[in-house]
Write a protein that binds this ligand. Structure first.
Ligand SMILES: [Zn+2]
Length: 411
């Protein structure tokens, strides 16, 4: 008897990081799941066929750092605009909600979204209601309750996949490592991984400003293996590279201890720092966007000029192999979420979340946060995505960095 699939996709360039496979493939989808994945499927019937030849087919992209608590935080995007409409089938909100506000995040953001939305809850109770603003009001030790994080994690096991904290000059100047250490304890208590922001963010007590070069030296020893440090190629003087010309020794020590780095592109990504760190083997475990609206306006995304596909295109342009780029935006974040059998893979049995990437050709300038241009002749543009086997055409409204206006939906 021949197999019957709802949909079969014919690919000449399928990338499956889980099995280290890149090449021609046929993907059979049934009941919203990948039923078969092989270079050539045995004789079968298909309710529908999709010809994806000439494009790159990968597991649905996972954007490990977004901000989508729209309207509750001042800087949240719509989850589907950051998600499926930007080519990502799963997105992870980093710290917009906290234990007191995660119920609303579940009911009003995660549940209604077409995108698979997960959250790292903020170490503070309220969440990052004002982005990097009001840091001393919202993120001080009085706003921390380990017990509340544990309760939130128990109440929303599918949603809450980690804890977001900070290791930067503002917090250190006011309360040292107190909040970070409580976040680490909450991680140990719940078994959840931590995601730690780096680079000055909160207002600094200038009478107690830490030496920028010493910030990472303080932060890294407090962290457990499996923690992710964000913004690896950022220009911030108290960030991972710092202001010196050399990669600090502590960066290599962190890698040796099993600490991961994430791109978290955001507003401080630098080609120059990326080149220097990549040359020394300091690579991101995950590639993520850190997309958000303006910190200083309310609900205003008009100046957003970076994205997950843009960050992936940049790493690709800087010399990372495309399969490696895909792995860092699929399998690697899935492993941190503990969802590697479900997403980030093309393995039979997993959820039929896929992203079809156009390797768009033509001269295009990719720009970093310093305004440096990198002129490329190809870049990654999300063509079609599938969520549990359902086809979605991304509107790409926010993809200013990889799409000309005619390829993007109007605001
Ligand atoms: Zn962020």
């Amino acid at each position: 008897m021949t197999e019957a699939y709802d949909l079969v996709m014919d690919c000449d360039d399928a990338v499956d990081p889980g099995s280290d496979y890149r090449g021609p493939a046929q993907i059979g989808i049934a009941d919203g799941r990948i039923a078969a994945f092989a270079p050539e499927l045995p004789p079968h019937s298909a309710g529908r066929r999709i010809d994806a030849r000439g494009k790159t087919v990968c597991p649905g992209l996972i954007d490990f750092h977004v901000h989508v608590y729209e309207w509750v935080t001042n800087f949240g995007l719509h989850p589907d605009e950051a998600g499926v409409h930007s080519g990502a089938t799963t997105i992870v909100d980093q710290g917009s909600s906290g234990a007191w506000t995660v119920g609303g995040f579940d009911a009003y953001i995660a549940q209604p979204a077409e995108t698979d939305v997960r959250a790292f809850v903020s170490a503070n109770l309220a969440g990052a209601l004002k982005g990097g603003m009001e840091g001393t009001t919202l993120h001080n030790p009085g706003m921390m309750r380990i017990e509340a994080i544990a309760e939130a994690a128990a109440a929303y096991p599918r949603l809450v996949k980690g804890i977001k904290s900070h290791g930067e000059s503002g917090g250190l100047s006011h309360w040292g490592l107190e909040v970070l250490k409580m976040a680490v304890e909450a991680g140990e208590r719940t078994g959840l991984p931590l995601y730690v922001h780096t680079g000055e963010l909160f207002p600094v007590d200038e009478t107690n400003r830490p030496d920028p070069a010493g910030v990472l030296e303080q932060v890294v020893p407090a962290l457990n293996p499996g923690t992710t440090l964000a913004h690896v190629y950022s220009t911030m003087p108290d960030g991972i590279m710092g202001a010196g010309g050399e990669v600090p020794r502590i960066v290599h020590e962190a890698l040796d201890r099993g600490i991961h780095f994430d791109i978290g592109h955001g507003v401080n990504f630098s080609f120059d720092i990326a080149r220097r760190m990549m040359a020394e083997g300091v690579l991101p475990n995950t590639i993520s966007s850190d997309v958000h609206s303006d910190f200083h306006a309310y609900h205003d995304d008009s100046r957003l000029d970076y994205s997950l596909c843009g960050a992936m295109s940049k790493l690709w342009a800087l010399g990372m192999d495309l399969a490696d780029v895909v792995k860092r935006a699929t399998l690697n974040p899935a492993l941190i979420l503990g969802e590697e059998n479900e997403i980030g893979t093309l393995a039979p049995g997993s959820r039929a979340d896929l992203t079809i990437l156009d390797l768009a050709e033509g001269c295009w300038a990719l720009t970093d946060s310093m305004g440096e241009e990198l002129v490329v002749d190809r870049r990654l543009v999300p063509g079609t995505v599938f969520r549990e086997g359902r086809e979605i055409a991304p509107d790409r409204r926010l993809l200013r960095d990889v799409c000309p206006p005619e390829m993007r939906a109007a605001a």
